[in-house]
Design a protein around this ligand. Structure first.
Ligand code: ARG
Length: 493
């Protein structure tokens, strides 16, 4: 059969090079299923509005069910996109007098925009589920390590003692915000452009509300020109994904550092490690390195989306076809990275002794000692900071006599004369007591972090209920859609 798209206006056919350059077929595998849904909902509505006859509607719908079953492989891949290829297959099956009526009141412009939104919303919801799994793994490992001492760092220098739980909850909170951003993006992705046609809507009396509801969208895009042209929903989704990857790459970087011999805080499960082709002893954290590396891929996708939308005139321009592969690359990479990070976190071995041992290296208790001088001897913090700073030039384990000597030279009096005792100094230098004291909201004290974990696990349940609600909304619409489709298709049998 001749090319249903080009046969009227164009006389020459594109050669292979031109087809490869212009076709979106390879990326369109992402929207094959969505395109069938869009065709179905549009066909049902066309009939309900009296635009096509019931017998045509029934034949088209049974043809679409057959195409859905055959899968994308059966389609002719020499067409420029999935929409034309699918319509052409339908015409093969039911004939042009029937199949040729499906595209009434529609353009590929509103069609493709609807398909992308359908696939993307499913991907966003799956991603939020995976993010929640990761968050849960972080919180579970945190709850196992509420008393596991570790050095906290600033500038990658030993700073203050903390616990491994405190550190893991920090990452979990970042992932919590990432999840919220994806849910927020979902609310703008799940809007329906269908019925906008090329950009100026159509003179057919379409019921946009009906297709919106059959396809499980929460709302319509109100302006038909905006509806076909905008890809801001891709930009914001990719941006939220780039943010996720940046958070994951920070975790990955720490896993890489922590599994080095110098740190030896954690050991990855063998499943997540690789070895060397020459150095038989090597166990390398390749999965974490790839999470870090793939962050560049997602940032790249976001940059591509931003650059190709910049300066585009309204309304549809073919440039937009280049947007979607970038989105799918970001989706695939981000979802994979979230799952692998979850696996690494859930299975890694935590070296509690090594962490505890290193928690006091580099005089990490200096801040608490300075605070103790303030609280017990009543001196200003800045003066205490100076005294402890001088003491830090030593071995990091000052005794009362040394403190008094430095205080006398700085202040002109000893601190024991102001009530400081050897016990107070010892307590200030004890990392466990340091942590126990940090029990205000957000601190690492075991009781406080246990409280924090509990709240977050509850929040996670709330989040899972939200995701379930969104999934159910879509599933219910699909049930309605397929119910209607099957009842019409049955009439064709
Ligand atoms: N493959 C196209 C895309 O992804 C579909 C829309 C084509 N529209 C057009 N006016 N050429 O954007």
């Amino acid at each position: 059969m001749s090319d249903i798209l080009r046969r009227g206006r164009l006389s020459s056919t594109p050669d292979e090079d031109m087809i490869n350059f212009t076709s979106s077929m390879s990326a369109d595998k992402w929207i094959f299923e969505a395109d069938v849904l869009v065709d179905m909902a549009h066909t049902v509505m066309l009939h309900e509005q009296g635009i096509i006859k019931e017998k045509d509607c029934s034949k088209i719908l049974s043809g679409l069910l057959k195409i859905r079953e055959e899968g994308i492989e059966e389609l002719d891949h020499s067409y420029e996109d999935i929409h034309i290829s699918l319509e052409s297959r339908l015409i093969d099956i039911v004939g042009e007098d029937t199949g040729g009526r499906m595209h009434s009141g529609r353009s590929r412009n509103d069609e493709v925009a609807t398909c992308i939104r359908i696939r993307l919303r499913d991907e966003l919801l799956s991603l939020t589920e995976e993010l929640s799994e990761l968050r849960k793994a972080l919180l579970v490992r945190a709850s196992e390590n509420t008393e596991t001492l570790m050095p906290g760092f600033t500038h990658l220098q030993h700073a203050q003692p903390t616990t491994f739980a405190h550190h893991l909850v920090a990452h979990s909170d970042a992932i919590g915000r990432d999840t919220e951003r994806i849910i927020d993006a979902f609310s703008r992705v799940n809007k329906c452009p269908l019925g906008s046609a090329a950009f100026a809507s159509t003179g057919f009396n379409l019921d946009r509300e009906r297709t919106r509801s059959l396809l499980g969208f929460d709302d319509l895009l109100g302006n038909s020109m905006d509806a076909v042209s905008t890809r801001d929903f891709l930009i914001e989704s990719a941006s939220a994904m780039a943010n996720i990857m940046i958070n994951l790459s920070k975790m990955a970087e720490e896993i890489i550092i922590w599994s080095s011999s110098e740190f030896s805080f954690v050991e990855l499960d063998d499943m997540y490690a690789s070895t060397s082709s020459i150095m038989p002893q090597k166990k390398n954290p390749d999965s974490a390195e790839l999470v870090r590396g793939k962050t560049g891929t997602v940032i790249g996708s976001l940059m591509a989306l931003l650059s190709l939308c910049k300066g585009l005139p309204l309304s549809y321009n073919r440039d937009l076809q280049e947007a979607t592969p970038n989105m799918w690359r970001a989706v695939e990479t981000t979802r994979g990275a979230v799952r692998i990070t979850k696996g690494m976190i859930a299975t890694m071995k935590v070296n509690t002794e090594s962490m505890a041992e290193k928690s006091v290296l580099g005089f990490t208790t200096a801040t608490e000692l300075a605070d103790t001088l303030v609280r017990t001897a009543g001196i200003p913090f800045r003066t205490a900071h100076q005294i402890v700073g001088v003491l830090a030039r030593g071995n990091g384990k000052p005794i009362l006599a040394e403190i008094d000597a430095v205080a006398s030279s700085v202040l002109g009096e000893s601190l024991s004369s102001r009530g400081l005792t050897e016990v107070m100094v010892k307590e200030a230098l004890d990392p466990v007591l340091n942590i126990n004291k940090r029990n205000i909201t957000g601190g690492p004290a075991p009781d406080e972090i246990r409280r924090a974990i509990k709240i977050r696990l509850e929040e996670l349940e709330g989040m899972q209920a939200t995701i379930e609600g969104l999934n159910n909304g879509i599933e219910n619409s699909m049930k309605v859609l397929f119910g209607v489709v099957e009842s019409y298709a049955g009439k064709d049998a």
